[in-house]
Structure formats: structure tokens, C-alpha cells
Design a protein around this ligand. Structure first.
Ligand SMILES: Nc1ncnc2c1ncn2[C@@H]1O[C@H](COP(=O)(O)OP(=O)(O)OP(=O)(O)O)[C@@H](O)[C@H]1O
Length: 605
């Protein structure tokens, strides 16, 4: 509610609608007798002290009649909206319940009805069902239904492709149950938002029909009927149309503004209450590493509510080096990558004491210069290659776009480079593949195509965020080999994010182990097996099965759970799960560096 009142539109809309609702309840009690009292001495009068907005053809007070008509007008509009909404949702949902052919017929019928002028449709229905309030309500309900049906159908189609719907279908959940349990609850919000605006449209439509003599009939009266009655006197006493006309306008405006405010408030509900707060991060005093393609110090990401998924993470990546970032799900690996790539979702805040990419201090750049540097210097490869490639564009077109946009290449040059880059990531027949769409490629080919896309420029840093998680083991190997080759040949640096410590150990040169948003150990990958010291790193290595593992015994697991990013203790975050915990662990151990090896643990550093 507070969100609704925050914007001028919301405030005006809510006030108008609230006032109308109060009037609808109290007006007939307060002004009911004034509205019906016939006064032959005051017929068709203009504005006067006794009758502020004049009288009608029977001398009844027009202001009182307008106020009293609020109840019937709103009641009929609500009824018409209810009919339109219910009929629309059923019509819109039918195509997903009926066999395909019948479903298409319903969609075609809805399309035709949407194209038909709504008021004409309402009038036609009203004539068929009988003139009067009932016919008008049915008419407006029928006129509203196609828009609701189209909206429901579009929203249903948008969630129909979701994995949870596919899973429900696989489980042979009946269609009507899929619809009511899995589809409708997920599209309810936009439908409800549309309701307030539809109410405004219904109110205007009903008033128009009553004004034309096709709606409410005497002796009943709504605002449209009052306008109809007053219209005969408008040339003699113009003030007689003011009250109903103003009422219709204000009510229509109120519901429309309220609908808009609802939509705006709903869009903002994804923002948690409050602002994110970053800790104080003074500029790093130590000299910058001149060779590093990436140097970040104290990188921190904060969300509102004290959620800090990345806490003072420091990483350096040098040319030709692959640095692995490993840790359990939720340890902040992807958020670290997002912070480096400047793609932390709103309302997250990113801070650091140093942030250098390709030798340039990112904090000294304007947002435009920063975007340009990231666009040319950084390539990102995500876990799901399907969502990284646009399904509507051919692979070659997408690759070429990078070269034409960032390097100003001509179409022919960009195409030649796309073929060359696809060849470089070992995609066979690249001339053929550039003409294919992403869905025509296998998962491994798609991921290699994404790497090739990253190589269309000349990236100095490649961030690969779990690039092989969605691939099977053999394809995974191919993709990792390609990544290694690319780094070796181009002397770019790479940050390789994975939860698989075995893969990281094999592919990377150095490894940073993250736990609860912090780096708890950093060491050369070659030393992982023999020299990892932090109990968490040791536990990760210990939970890996190998050929010597006893298959009859359960695999080693790490007891307990990693703390949530909003609930990290002030001491060592791993203490609850650690066998070496002592009283000292109530204070957080700092990352202590000894040559190439750094570890944050009181007991082993
Ligand atoms: N938009 C967001 N708002 C608030 N918190 C978020 C948001 N996105 C992620 N987080 C929090 O950040 C934490 C770290 O997420 P992140 O994706 O970096 O983990 P991860 O280590 O990459 O895990 P995974 O291996 O599962 O991808 C999560 O526990 C999550 O609670």
C-alpha cells in the first residue's frame, strides 16, 4: 500500500477510487431522499444555492442523483469486469487444455474478437441479450473478455516452456491440474494488475451504453443514464451535464491511474526494502602488479538486508594463467565474476580497494569508458550456452556482430573471422556451422561457439563461470582443452569458476578456494593434493572419489551447511563444520601469505 501511495499517479488513483467506494456505500443513505424528491417548481433549473449543479426534468437535485448513482455505476462496472475476467481467463486457458487443432480455433476466434471494436461488440451483445442494465453488463463483460483471453494466452505460453511445466507433464499430471496448479498461480499477478484498468474501461463503457439509451433504464439511473437525461437540456442549462460528466471522468481516471500504479508498484516489489551497505574500503596502499590482466583487492558485493555474498576477495590473474575459483554452491564464486564483469544485479553494490583490468584502474573510468574497456578486454563464458546464444540468430551472425560492433570489421571480414575462430575452438566444418542456428548444435559445440564468440575480439581476460557443468565428461574435457589452448596461444588470463575441485586442479595454474564469500586458501594447483592446508580445502579434496576409493563405503561428506550470505558469523565461518575448531576461531583468521600459498586458518597457517 505504501508503495502505491509513493507516486503522484498512485496517490491520486488511490484517493479517487477510495472516495468513490466510500460514496458508493454512504451516498444512498445520505442523499437518497434528495435524489428522488420531485419538485415541479424547480424543473430543469441551472445551478443555484439550493441545487448546486441544477435539477433534472422532474426538479430532482442533480448533484444528489449523481452521488447516489455511484453505487449502481460501480456495482455494474464490477460485475461486468468480473464477467469479462472470468470469461477471458477461461478462453485464454482453453488452448492449453484442448487438443492442438481446437486450441488453434479458440486462439483464432479470440484474435478476431480482439480486432472487433469493443463498444460495437458490447452493443451487439446487449441488443441480443435485451436492452437494460443486465444486457449492458453482459455486453461490456463480453467486450472485455477477448483482451483478457489474449493476455492469459500470452502469459500461459510464456510459462509453458518452463522446466517445471515440462516436469509436471513428464509426471503425467493432467492438463487441467497443470493449468490450475502450475500455470495460473504464476501468471496471476499481471492478470490482477489488468483488473483495475479493466474496471475503468468497464465503467466508461457502461456509461457510454447508458448514455446511448442501451444500458440502465428509468427509473433506475447510473451516471450514463443521468447524462442521457440531462442531454436534452444541455443547450438551455449546460450545468446539468457537469455532475455526471465529471463523475464519469474522475472515476475512469481513478481506476486507470490505480491500474498504472499497481503495475509500477509490482515492478518495484522485486526490490527488497532498504539499501545495500558496503563496508569502508580504503584504496589499496601496495603498488599495483604491472603484469596482471586482472587485479582486484577487497572486492565486496552487498545486497540490502545485510546480505554480503562476496567479502573482501582479492585475486590476481596474469597473462597465460588460469586461476581457478572453487567452492560450494553459494560461496560467492559467480557473484565475484559478476562483480568483475560489472553485471551484479540491481540493487547489489560493488566496492573494492583496487580494481584493475588490463592495467587500467576501473575506478578512474567514466561508466562509458568502463563499459568500453570491459567490452573489448573481457570475454565471459557462462554455464548454460543455450541462454548465451540468441536462438533466433544464426551462429555466424552472432559471432560476426561482435567483430562489426567492437572492431569495425566489414561483414565479409567479420564472417571470415567467425569461421577462423570456430575453427580455432575445434568446431568441424565452421563454414557450415556459421549458417546454423544454436539449437542445431550439440551442447559441447554450443559452449565452444560461445568461447569462439568471446575470442572474436582480443580479450585479455576470459571469465568462464562453470562452463562445463551442463556437459558430459568427454565433452567437458574437449571444452577445457580448448580453453587451455586459447589461454596459451593468446596469452590472455582466465578466471575459471567451478565447484569441482578435481577439474580445477587439473586445468588451472593457481586455485582460490572460497567459503561464505571469502577466499580461505590460495595455492598453486599443483600443490592441491599434497599441500592444501585449510580444513575446508582438505575436506573438498577428501570428498573426491578416486580409483582407490572403497565403493562399498559412503563417500566422505562435509557435515553441516555453509552459512547464508546474510548470516555469516564474525569469527571463522567454517568453525561450525571444522574438526580443528578452537576458542581462537571465534575471531576471524586473516589470509596469511607465505610465498605462493595463502591460507586463512588459525590452526594451520
Ligand atoms: N540478486 C541477489 N540478491 C541477493 N542475494 C543474492 C542475489 N544473487 C545471489 N545472491 C546470494 O549470493 C550468494 C552467492 O551466490 P553465487 O551465485 O555467487 O554462488 P556460487 O558460489 O556461484 O554458487 P553456484 O555454484 O551454485 O553458482 C547466494 O547464496 C545468494 O544467496
Amino acid at each position: 500500500m505504501r508503495r502505491l501511495l509513493r507516486t503522484p499517479a498512485g496517490l491520486v488513483g488511490t484517493t479517487l477510487v477510495a472516495a468513490l467506494l466510500v460514496l458508493a456505500v454512504v451516498a444512498p443513505w445520505i442523499w437518497g431522499s434528495d435524489a428522488t424528491r420531485i419538485n415541479p417548481a424547480q424543473i430543469g433549473q441551472g445551478s443555484s444555492a439550493a441545487h448546486l449543479l441544477g435539477t433534472d426534468a422532474l426538479g430532482r437535485d442533480l448533484l444528489a442523483r449523481t452521488l447516489v448513482a455511484t453505487r449502481l455505476t460501480l456495482g455494474l462496472a464490477a460485475l461486468a469486469t468480473g464477467i469479462g475476467t472470468a470469461a477471458g481467463i477461461v478462453l485464454g486457458a482453453l488452448p492449453s487444455l484442448l487438443p492442438r487443432g481446437w486450441g488453434r480455433c479458440v486462439v483464432a476466434a479470440v484474435d478476431i474478437l480482439v480486432a472487433f471494436p469493443a463498444l460495437l461488440l458490447a452493443m451487439f451483445t446487449a441488443v441480443v441479450t435485451g436492452l437494460g442494465g443486465r444486457g449492458a453488463v453482459l455486453g461490456i463483460g463480453v467486450a472485455l473478455a477477448p483482451t483478457f483471453a489474449r493476455l492469459t494466452h500470452t502469459l500461459t505460453a510464456s510459462v509453458a516452456g518452463s522446466d517445471y511445466i515440462a516436469a509436471a507433464r513428464m509426471l503425467r499430471v493432467p492438463r487441467h491440474r497443470v493449468l490450475t496448479r502450475h500455470v495460473l498461480p504464476n501468471i496471476a499477478e499481471p492478470l490482477i494488475l489488468n483488473l483495475a484498468q479493466s474496471m475503468g474501461a468497464a465503467l466508461l463503457g457502461l456509461s457510454a451504453m447508458s448514455f446511448l439509451g442501451m444500458g440502465v433504464q428509468a427509473p433506475s439511473y447510473d451516471w450514463g443514464r443521468l447524462l442521457n437525461d440531462a442531454f436534452g437540456h444541455v443547450y438551455v442549462t449546460p450545468s446539468v451535464v457537469v455532475a455526471p460528466a465529471v463523475a464519469v471522468t474522475l472515476a475512469g481516471l481513478g481506476f486507470m491511474l490505480l491500474g498504472d500504479a499497481f503495475a509500477a508498484a509490482a515492478a518495484r516489489t522485486i526490490d527488497p526494502v532498504g539499501d545495500a551497505v558496503l563496508p569502508d574500503l580504503p584504496k589499496a596502499a601496495a603498488p599495483a602488479d604491472p603484469d596482471a590482466v586482472l587485479e582486484i583487492r577487497d572486492l565486496t558485493v552487498a545486497f540490502p538486508g545485510g546480505v554480503t555474498p562476496v567479502r573482501q576477495v582479492s585475486l590476481t590473474v596474469r597473462p597465460g594463467e588460469i586461476v581457478g575459483v572453487v567452492g560450494e554452491s553459494g560461496s560467492g564464486k559467480s557473484m565475484t565474476a559478476a562483480a568483475i564483469g560489472d553485471i551484479v544485479p540491481h540493487p547489489g553494490l560493488v566496492g573494492s580497494s583496487r580494481s584493475r583490468l588490463c592495467g587500467v584502474d576501473l575506478d578512474t573510468l567514466t561508466p562509458a569508458a568502463r563499459r568500453k574497456l570491459l567490452g573489448s578486454c573481457l570475454a565471459m563464458v557462462f554455464q548454460d550456452p543455450t541462454s548465451s546464444l540468441n536462438p533466433a540468430l544464426r551462429v555466424g551472425g552472432q559471432l560476426a556482430e561482435v567483430a562489426t560492433l567492437h572492431a569495425g570489421a566489414t561483414r565479409a571480414q567479420a564472417r571470415a573471422r567467425a569461421v577462423e575462430r570456430l575453427d580455432r575452438v575445434h568446431i568441424k566444418h565452421p563454414e557450415h556451422v556459421i549458417r546454423q542456428y544454436p539449437h542445431e548444435l550439440s551442447g559441447g559445440m554450443r559452449q565452444r561457439a560461445v568461447i569462439a564468440m568471446g575470442l572474436m575480439g582480443t580479450p585479455r581476460l576470459i571469465i568462464a563461470d562453470e562452463p562445463t557443468t551442463a556437459l558430459d565428461v568427454t565433452v567437458q574435457r574437449e571444452v577445457l582443452r580448448v580453453l587451455r589452448e586459447v589461454v596459451d596461444e593468446s596469452a590472455a588470463g582466465a578466471l575459471f569458476i567451478s565447484h569441482d575441485i578435481a577439474v580445477v586442479g587439473e586445468l588451472c595454474d593457481r586455485v582460490a578456494v572460497m567459503y561464505a564469500g571469502r577466499v580461505v586458501e590460495e595455492l598453486p594447483a599443483a600443490d592441491l593434493a599434497a599441500d592444501a592446508r585449510h580444513p575446508y580445502t582438505r575436506a573438498l579434496i577428501g570428498s573426491l572419489p578416486d580409483m582407490a576409493t572403497d565403493r562399498s563405503a559412503p563417500l566422505t561428506t562435509i557435515p553441516g551447511r555453509q552459512p547464508a550470505p546474510g548470516d555469516v558469523p564474525t569469527g571463522c565461518a567454517f568453525a561450525d563444520r571444522c574438526a580443528l575448531t578452537t576458542a581462537r576461531c571465534a575471531t576471524r583468521p586473516r589470509l596469511v601469505r607465505d610465498g605462493q600459498h595463502a591460507v586463512a586458518c588459525w590452526e594451520v597457517s
